[in-house]
Design a protein around this ligand. Structure first.
Ligand SMILES: *Cc1c(COP(=O)(O)O)cnc(C)c1O
Length: 473
């Protein structure tokens, strides 16, 4: 391809890396930036300019190759390179345990303990009484037993890992009986049948999607049956003509045949949500009291702690699980332990747990408080531009999220926002590109903000984001 005279001239004008680097010696912004980052950013900027010239991009002229303009572009590239990829954002969706947005927020005291333990040596695997090597599980076992009522406990990386570890330990090459109504898929590709296959256990499904009876389990049992498994449906519900076997009945059946019974509770909670006007979610204490040999659940769903897979149950079973070499591959790290111990301890006083654990606080938040926040935000936004902003308070509902309480609609008061001359999609994109990003919902061509999941310092962020959008629009 033959280049035009103008293109050739511009290619000649394009400065070299060393020339631009020299320019930066005088720009204070670059003082604390590693030189490799600056050089890479210069290279990238010049390369993209060169490509634009070769592509005969009409937006490129001599002006866009000036020193000032190049400095500006490199500055943007450097800022991008220096910004962390994992960053804070504003959750305005009203989904409390939002799996894509980081699930549970930790209580302040758990955050402080992470920071404290992170920079210091600890007795992570050291038995201070015996003066020799200890187990990392022992630091968390006593409080988990105290709260759940179980004989023994341990913790791994997440609940998917906990289920895998328990099945691998109890049921490798043997049969696990599970109801067809409980062969669930949890978001992020956790499928109960696939995890069972990975553990080397043999899936024996019984019953139908909507109805499973005790005799279905009983008829399927034989000398190769290792386990009766109950899985919480988590993200869906079966309603209408249904029947399922309770954990208690399964435990009785298991006892008669000397067969282990395990429950994957999924989310797992230590408090009864019914007490707070929400729907019934089986508690960990109830599963333990019903006599399950093993119960597994997540640390960062309704429990409101860090990502972890918690296993509680009978001591003789837990002893086997702890010895499984797979446990080493799935082990929990010390920062998670530091956060989990503090979070679980808060459950010693339920009133304190509900106040101090953000997930619980948001789930049980009073509608009055939500309404106050929504009104305050509305008033502040009105001050920015009462003419172009169309603001309405609407009745709406929030969600628990995290594959928990799927049918629960938490009554909420949301702020419905439209900007004259701007589509809801464009507004949503602007909010998402804000720094920090603001993630909300779009409904009926409006941007919806649910105050339930907003944190204390989120209001000014939202206000300045709207100020910027309005300036540009
Ligand atoms: C969420 C869930 C899991 C996976 O838990 P993670 O902690 O996300 O690994 C497993 N089983 C059920 C029933 C769940 O709801």
């Amino acid at each position: 391809m033959k280049l035009s005279e103008n293109q050739q001239k511009m290619l000649q004008t394009l400065p070299g890396v060393d020339y631009v680097l020299e320019l930066f010696k005088t720009v204070p912004f670059f003082e604390n930036i590693p030189k490799t980052v600056i050089v890479n950013s210069i290279r990238k900027t010049l390369e993209s300019r060169r490509k634009s010239i070769l592509a005969a991009d009409l937006s490129i002229d001599e002006d866009s190759l000036s020193d000032d303009r190049i400095i500006e572009l490199v500055e943007t590239a450097v800022k991008k390179a220096m910004a962390l990829n994992l960053r804070h954002l504003v959750n305005a969706t009203g989904v409390v345990v939002h799996t894509n947005l980081g699930r549970s927020l930790l209580p302040t005291e758990a955050i402080e303990n992470i920071a404290f333990i992170a920079g210091r040596y600890s007795n992570l695997e050291y038995d201070l009484d015996a003066g020799k090597r200890g187990s990392r599980y022992s630091n968390i076992e006593d409080i988990l037993c105290e709260i759940s009522g179980a004989q023994a406990a341990m913790v791994v990386n997440n609940n998917a890992g906990a289920v895998l570890l328990c099945l691998d330990t109890t049921s490798r090459d043997r049969e696990v009986i599970i109801s067809r109504g409980e062969l669930v898929e949890i978001g992020g590709s956790f499928r109960v049948p696939d995890v069972m296959a990975k553990s080397g256990s043999i899936l024996k499904e019984v019953g139908t999607t909507n109805r499973t009876h005790l005799k279905d389990y009983e008829n399927a049992m034989n000398e190769n049956t290792a386990l009766l498994l109950k899985v919480h449906r988590s993200n869906y519900s079966v309603i209408g003509f249904t029947a399922e076997v309770s954990l208690k009945e399964l435990v009785e059946l298991g006892n008669q045949h000397d067969t282990l019974v395990m429950e994957d509770l999924g989310s797992g909670t230590f408090i009864d949500f019914l007490k707070y006007g929400l729907v019934k979610e089986p508690t960990v204490q109830e599963s333990v009291a019903a006599g399950a040999d093993v119960v597994t659940f997540s640390g960062d769903k309704l429990l409101g702690g860090p990502q972890a897979g918690i296993i509680v149950g009978k001591k003789h079973v837990l002893d086997q699980i702890k010895k499984n070499p797979l446990a080493r591959a799935l082990r929990i790290d010390k920062l998670t332990l530091a956060a989990l111990e503090v979070t679980v301890r808060l459950y010693r006083d339920e009133a304190i747990a509900v106040r101090r654990i953000p997930t619980l606080r948001m789930l049980t938040m009073n509608i009055k408080e939500i309404e106050q926040r929504a009104s305050k935000l509305m008033e502040n936004l009105k001050k920015i531009d009462a003419f172009r902003l169309r603001l309405d308070l609407i009745e709406h509902s929030s969600k628990a999220g995290g594959g928990a309480l799927p049918l629960l609609e938490l009554p909420s008061k949301c702020l419905r926002i439209q900007i004259e001359g701007l589509s809801a999609n464009t507004l949503e994109k602007n909010m998402r590109k804000n720094s920090p990003p603001i993630i909300g919902r779009i409904e009926d061509n409006a941007f919806i903000i649910d105050p339930r999941t907003l944190q204390d310092d989120d209001l000014p962020i939202i206000e300045s984001a709207f100020e910027n959008v309005l300036k540009r629009a």
